[in-house]
Design a protein around this ligand. Structure first.
Ligand code: ADP
Length: 453
């Protein structure tokens, strides 16, 4: 409520019903000018001598100078993790390992506002999401795996689960702290030690997490954080680790797979997606629209399992698209630290360029573009929520992962056609089905080639 007007001498009433700014204060976060590498429980300067700036993507303002770890730095971190593995951590009673995980979870909860603000500052995501999604889920992950640490034998009966050793972990920028939690919590619960490399555009919450490790009194070397770009990641893949856990793009995942073939190192990959959201004509349309909006505009579409392809049954195509476009006009795009913001900044200039290039290809190939009227800030990296209609399956926007707030709408007539079109992709992370009919949900779920439906 921006303006209040006093009418007939009564309580003032608003003259305008737009949202007033509701910025979250950034005072709770203190960012250092520069950060070293966190190795063996200590901050060390990079032997490489190199650093780079990390910025706020919503303003392009530099936030801190970050160490660019070279191969020598990565080796030091792996040696620290090896020593911690051999001299204590792997032999620690599982209930003791759980104790550290519980502590980390508790501290994350206590410092969650600080972490949420930092996550939004460095990554561009709305504070509402970092506060209500990234942080609670990160803490929940540590709680969850704390519970597993002393129950692994029940999970794998008669298999006597053993730790693998030193895990090299490489994570992306879309959920920086949450991806860290996904990687570190299970490794520690299993008795492994870790060298983690955050993404080059979003290192700050991983670096703040080192302070949580200090508070939790985790033994030195159990978790080491090395910052840097893809070359640091490549050095970690080649270093003396026992396992690589990678989340990121399909191309880099494939390159890592080739690199590790025949080395005996274990590997887990979590790569891209082009998920189908399928809406049948008996679905509750308003509910489906909310699901579609969450599926593709949440976190600016920077989500591996984002529902980036929408398949609509022909008979409801027009009302559904009309509802969707109307809903888009209510999304608020802007300052990530404003508690009213729905869509924040695009994570980096490179990602914005990639989105712009794919969107241009969609227009060129003949799709119809809709973007709601919204004023984008002048500085920073921004992209308006976008819907493409008239999309053919062969268009690049229907085939390639855009990883931005861009939805491609296609149509189908029969369930068989929906399955065939939805499966016409090399990806298979996830899919969604909207219908009132339970048997059809099961029928579809059996035929959709996706890990999660
Ligand atoms: P995105 O397209 O989401 O940025 P990337 O796969 O490029 O995904 O990045 C995910 C993570 O992988 C980042 O931490 C990045 O620095 C790292 N990375 C990039 N290239 C390589 C590589 N050749 N080897 C190992 N890690 C890499």
């Amino acid at each position: 409520m921006a303006e209040l007007e006093r009418k007939h001498g009564g309580t003032p009433v608003p003259t305008e019903w737009t949202y007033a700014p509701a910025p979250e204060s950034r005072d709770i976060v203190s960012i250092r000018d520069r950060y070293g590498l966190y190795v063996g429980g200590e901050w060390i300067d990079p032997r490489s001598g190199k650093t780079f700036a990390t910025i706020d993507p919503s303003t392009e303002e530099p936030l801190a100078e970050i160490a660019q770890a070279g191969p020598e730095d990565v080796s030091l971190a792996v040696a620290a993790a090896r020593e911690a593995f051999e001299n204590g951590w792997s032999a620690l009673a599982p209930s003791e390992r759980a104790k550290y995980l519980f502590r980390i979870a508790r501290i994350l909860q206590e410092r969650s506002r600080e972490f949420a603000v930092l996550e939004s500052l460095n990554g561009g995501k709305p504070i509402r999401e970092s506060r209500d999604v990234d942080l609670p889920l990160s803490a929940a992950h540590f709680f969850y795996y704390a519970g597993w640490a002393d129950k692994l034998e029940y999970a794998f009966p008669n298999r006597q689960p053993q730790p693998v050793g030193v895990a090299g972990q490489i994570i992306p920028w879309n959920f920086p702290l949450l991806m860290l939690a996904w990687k570190i919590a299970p490794a520690l619960a299993a008795g492994d030690t870790v060298v983690l490399k955050p993404a080059e555009t979003t290192p700050l919450t991983a670096l703040l997490f080192c302070d949580v490790l200090r508070q939790a009194e985790l033994p030195p070397g159990v978790v080491n954080i090395v910052t840097g770009d893809g070359s640091t990641g490549a050095a970690l893949v080649d270093a003396g680790v026992d396992k690589i856990a990678f989340t990121g793009s399909t191309e880099v995942g494939k390159a890592i797979q080739r690199r590790l073939a025949g080395t005996g190192k274990k590997l887990t990959l979590e790569l891209g997606g082009k998920a189908a959201n399928i809406v049948f004509d008996d679905a509750a349309l308003d509910q489906a629209v909310e699901g579609i909006v969450n599926g593709i505009y949440f976190n600016q579409g920077h989500v591996c399992c984002a529902g980036s392809r929408l398949f609509v049954q022909e008979s409801i195509y027009e009302p559904l698209v009309a509802k969707l476009e109307r809903r888009l006009t209510t999304l608020r795009v802007g300052d990530p630290l404003d508690k009213n913001t729905d869509v924040g900044a695009i994570n980096s200039a490179a990602q914005l360029e990639k989105i712009q290039e794919l969107v241009a290809s969609g227009v060129e190939e003949g799709a119809e573009i809709y973007q709601p009227p919204c004023v984008l800030p002048e500085k920073g990296y921004w992209f308006a929520p976008t819907v493409f209609t008239n999309v053919a399956q062969s268009y690049r926007i229907a085939q390639e992962e855009i990883f931005g707030p861009v939805l491609s709408v296609l149509t189908f007539r029969t369930p068989e056609e929906a399955v065939e079109k939805a499966n016409n992709t090399p990806y298979g992370l996830s899919a969604g089905v909207w219908t009132e009919k339970g048997s059809r949900i099961l029928w579809m779920a059996q035929r959709l080639r996706a890990g999660v439906v």
